[in-house]
Design a protein around this ligand. Structure first.
Ligand SMILES: *[C@@H]1O[C@H](CO)[C@@H](O)[C@H](O)[C@H]1NC(C)=O
Ligand SMILES: *[C@@H]1O[C@H](CO)[C@@H](O)[C@H](O)[C@H]1NC(C)=O
Length: 457
């Protein structure tokens, strides 16, 4: 595939570090050569590693100009171990790619990407508020660290973009998910601690960081998780926290795929984490991700091996979860055996429809997005199975609810589906663009105020 050079954002930090001895030598050269010790000219900056943005897909749009309204960044999880068709290439995976989405859900390439020091398997956004900047945090499981980006106005494409600043190490091992809690004050992170079949849980847990006004992260607390359910031995030998989702003023719900448990945590005012309670799922369910209802005290949890969405009612004061309902994510044409893994769960902005994705890894199973209508009592009524590109690990809905974005982890393609505003049903594919190879995570960037906030200080 041709990947012509375009406008680039680059990761200078690792190259600078690697080049430090060389820089020191260069700085010393004038002294060594002439012995004069006068003011030396600045050392030449070494060429940083550069990502090459994927080739823009030809537009099938009849409009001459696609108006970009929202920037969506796409991260990569590398190849799934059970995806034989996916071919790893670190250069094309350790990359965040910027796409634009217009008001009708059409995707455009923004010819912008970032080479990052790890697999950007999850992306979390803090919007700008009260004088604090907007931030993006990229979670790198393979290097157990979090990338820090500041949001800024995009002079190239218009709208919002991000500037890579630095990264920090996590306390736990293999972070896979992060969310912003307590009105943007803290980042909570789930540390998965792989591989899936490891018996020890050392480094599996949940941690918190304080977020500064300029997006810096300072470690606050780490709560270890221990013990897998062992029901699916090659997935659940140890604890595997897979997500940490903030809700309400101070609650965080943590799905532990290895332990078959969902934990309710409180983020204290000082950022420390307290376990309030936990609920057990069915053995072998593998709770993976969750999404709260936009207005009601309700949480939807997707089980990776169980291939179901569970609806829980949330007790707003104690954080206790009570199971209300469950429904299968799989198409009824799938065999009844374990040959598909559910991945993502998202809800429409009006709270009326829920979407869950299925990654087929055995013959006879289908890669689909399951669509549900939310009924009384938290019951999810299945209304559609939409076939989709292979290994749909990541999904996101546009803020206006008009399009559902689905990422194929196999080949890095990103498709946008039309969403019927009344029925929630998925319609035709609006457009397709390339994300990073192994595309798996989305961040929808907020609009920024037109004047840079630092000018008003
Ligand atoms: C990975 O992709 C880059 C960019 O397309 C290419 O130059 C390189 O040869 C690839 N590496 C492997 C091992 O295929
Ligand atoms: C943070 O707050 C909690 C709850 O009030 C308290 O138990 C804990 O000791 C505090 N931690 C620190 C480091 O102050």
């Amino acid at each position: 595939m041709a990947r012509p050079a375009g406008r680039l954002e680059t990761a200078a930090a690792p190259a600078l570090l690697a080049a430090l001895p060389a820089l020191a030598l260069l700085a010393a050269l004038p002294v060594l050569l002439c012995g004069c010790g006068g003011p030396s000219s600045p050392a030449p900056t070494p060429a940083p590693p550069q990502c090459v943005p994927p080739t823009p897909a030809p537009t099938t749009d009849a409009r001459t100009k696609v108006e970009t309204i929202t920037t969506v960044l796409v991260g990569s999880g590398g190849c799934d171990g059970q995806d034989a068709a996916c071919k790893d290439n670190k250069t094309l995976e350790a990359m965040v790619v910027s796409l634009g989405v217009d008001g009708e859900g059409a995707l455009v390439s923004q010819q912008r990407c970032w080479t990052v020091p790890g697999l950007p398997a999850w992306l979390a956004v803090r919007g700008p508020a009260g004088g604090a900047r907007g931030c993006l945090f990229a979670v790198y499981p393979d290097t157990s660290s979090i990338g820090i980006f500041q949001l800024e106005l995009d002079s190239l494409n218009g709208g919002t973009t991000a500037k890579m600043v630095s990264s920090v190490a996590t306390k736990g091992v293999n972070p896979v998910f992060g969310d912003v809690a307590l009105e943007g004050k803290y980042l909570v992170v789930a540390d998965y601690h792989g591989p899936d079949d490891v018996k020890s849980s050392d480094g599996a847990g949940v941690e918190s960081f304080a977020i500064s006004a300029d997006c810096g992260l300072k470690f606050v607390d780490f709560r270890e998780h221990s013990g897998g359910s062992g029901k699916v031995p090659d997935r659940q030998a140890g604890a595997h926290p897979h997500s940490a989702v903030a809700w309400g003023p101070d609650l965080v719900f943590v799905c532990d795929l290895g332990a078959d448990k969902i934990f309710s945590y409180r983020v204290e005012a000082n950022g420390s984490l307290s376990v309030l309670s936990s609920v057990d799922t069915a053995a072998g369910f593998g709770p993976r991700h969750s999404v709260p209802h936009p207005t009601k005290p309700m949480l939807f949890v997707v089980g990776e091996m169980g291939c179901e969405v569970l609806t829980y009612n949330i007790d707003e004061t104690t954080g206790t979860l009570t199971l209300a309902s469950s429904v299968s994510t799989k198409p009824n044409t799938d065999p009844p055996s374990y040959g598909s893994k559910a991945a993502e769960v998202v809800i429409s902005p009006d709270g009326l429809h829920v979407y869950a994705s299925n990654r087929a890894f055995s013959p006879g199973f289908r890669h689909t997005v399951a669509v549900f209508r939310l009924m009384d009592g938290g019951v999810l009524e299945p209304i559609q199975q939409m076939d989709c590109p292979s290994f749909p690990r990541g999904m996101a809905m546009t803020p206006d609810g008009k399009a559902l974005l689905v990422a194929s982890q196999t080949d890095g393609s990103v498709v946008s589906y039309q969403v019927d505003p009344e029925t929630g049903l998925l319609g035709e594919v609006i457009s397709t663009q390339e994300g990073p190879l192994g595309a798996a995570a989305f961040a929808v960037l907020p609009e920024l105020p037109a004047a840079p906030s630092e000018l008003s200080v």
